[in-house]
Design a binder for this molecule. Structure first.
Ligand code: GLU
Length: 477
């Protein structure tokens, strides 16, 4: 009979949960779910200097946010010291370990056997180490705390762990731990070591590659399923061409045989793409609820507490953003008193005196005849006005878009105009008409590389342009 599957994720609370840790937790979770087994969490807090309660809290909260929920109450090693000391004493009595006096006090050391240790790795195949090359191993430190290797073996045994699934950086730890299982006469679990995660440049993933902690990805506005779907593909492949999966779908298909030995490469662009696909799959209500929660948490000052407008704007972006943060970048003009203008959009669409005149006429027409309740009527008005002015509709649409949003891409222009409302649309158009010449001067200097940001959007109004409120009038939202 196959023993029940029991796996564990065993983080050390010495830092935040990062990409590698999440991937390990995820693969354990998937393996447990696939075989209707049990997924456990064990807090390995035996390094007294480096372990911190706040990291433990953050790690557990992060796992919950991701939906990687454990099936039994988490074990904390610092609460189990007597078990480790008893177990070490048993090894000492059996002559398999010994006490050694050091400068900081007495430690217990395990006698490494002079044998070859072999194990079948479920990802890499058979692995052999010559244990005679290993030093004897401290198992209880002079502070009375167990070392990682010892506590890990005692707990994996007591928790009836059937499979240890962890990063390939632990491969050389495994023979040391197997030697301890053998000293107790215990059966060791199966081992599976996951390929390491590298950055896109081929070096081990680290801070240098940008965000690594989950906290940073949450701040970017990823969905849990976007992150998990992407991390599942870092090392595992379904065998087919499908890449977009729910967690349940991956759990159904998951097996360690499909985990590759090759190192995985973390590609943020692919993560963003998968995340955007998962965003599109959300219902409108779910999308808006999640986006709102995100904005409340991460952009509390970025938006006016104008719920009416926010509720109208959010659905327009479901198909347009890859992360929730991109909503703030793209839709900020709906909520700002002073918008900034993308220099490229300005250069492309505010061309020559003709355009200024045309915008001036169009502003007058809008003021007189614009019906800001209905996008279709605004569109009809724009088309008839363009005809009167003797230009193609596009020649009026694009500068209008840039004038009211600062950007060359927005949701449908007429819908955008309706949401902004007549006052704001007219105010922004008048501003552009009035300061039209400054735009071209500033833009050319910006495009000569004299802006500070160098990004697509400058984050404040261009320096030489007067405030958009102008002449003591406030722009009302
Ligand atoms: N606490 C160890 C780590 O965070 C666990 C390793 C293991 O899974 O055995 O790397």
């Amino acid at each position: 009979m196959i023993p029940p599957i029991r796996v564990r994720f065993a983080p050390s609370p010495t830092g935040s949960l990062h990409i590698g840790g999440i991937r390990t937790a995820l693969f354990n979770y998937l393996f447990a779910k696939h075989y209707a087994g049990t997924f456990l969490v064990r807090i390995e807090d035996t390094d007294r200097e480096r372990s911190e309660k706040r990291f433990e809290i953050e790690i557990l909260e992060s796992l919950k946010w991701l939906g990687l929920v454990w099936d039994e109450y988490p074990i904390r090693q610092s609460e189990r010291l007597p078990f480790y000391r008893d177990a070490a004493a048993r090894l000492v009595s059996a002559g398999l370990a010994y006490e050694e006096e050091g400068p900081a006090g007495k430690a217990v050391k395990f006698k490494m056997p002079e044998t070859k240790i072999k194990f079948p790795d479920m990802v890499s195949g058979p692995i052999e180490f010559d244990a005679s090359l290993f030093d004897d191993l401290v198992i209880i430190k002079s502070d009375g705390f167990p070392t990682y290797h010892f506590a890990c073996v005692i707990d994996d045994h007591e928790m009836n762990i059937s499979h240890v699934i962890r990063g390939a950086d632990h491969i050389s730890n495994t023979p040391r731990q197997i030697a301890i299982y053998e000293a107790f006469g215990w059966k060791a679990p199966e081992f599976a070591h996951l390929p390491l995660v590298f950055g896109i440049d081929g070096t081990l993933l680290s801070k240098r590659h940008g965000a690594v902690s989950l906290a940073e990805y949450r701040k970017e506005g990823y969905l849990p399923v976007g992150i998990l779907n992407y991390l599942a593909l870092l090392g595992w492949a379904s065998g087919g061409s499908q890449e977009l999966f729910t967690l349940q779908e991956i759990a159904n298909l998951f097996s360690l045989e499909h985990v590759s030995q090759a190192n995985a490469r973390f590609d943020t662009e692919k993560l963003k793409w998968l995340n955007s696909e998962h965003i599109r799959k959300l219902s409108n209500d779910d999308f808006c609820a999640r986006l709102k929660t995100y904005l409340q948490e991460y952009e509390p000052d970025g938006l006016r507490s104008d719920d009416g407008r926010l509720n109208k704007v959010m659905p327009l972006y479901k198909e347009r953003i890859r992360t929730f943060r991109e909503f703030m970048e793209q839709a900020c003009f709906f909520f700002q008193d002073e918008i900034s203008y993308d220099p490229k959009a300005v250069q492309q669409h505010f061309k020559g005196e003709e355009t200024r005149k045309m915008l001036e006429e169009w502003t007058k027409i809008l003021e007189r005849d614009g019906n800001f309740e209905d996008p279709a009527l605004l569109e009809a008005l724009l088309r008839s006005s363009a005809e009167k002015l003797g230009v193609k509709a596009g020649l009026l649409i694009h500068p209008t878009r840039v004038a009211i949003s600062g950007r060359s891409a927005t949701p449908g222009l007429f819908e955008t105009m309706v949401i902004l409302g007549q006052n704001l649309v007219l105010k922004r158009l008048r501003y552009v008409v009035e300061y039209y010449d400054n735009f071209s001067e500033n833009t050319s200097s910006l495009l000569r590389g004299e802006d500070t940001g160098g990004g697509e959007m400058s984050d404040s109004p261009q320096p030489d342009l007067p405030p958009q409120g102008g002449k003591g009038t406030e722009i009302g939202l």
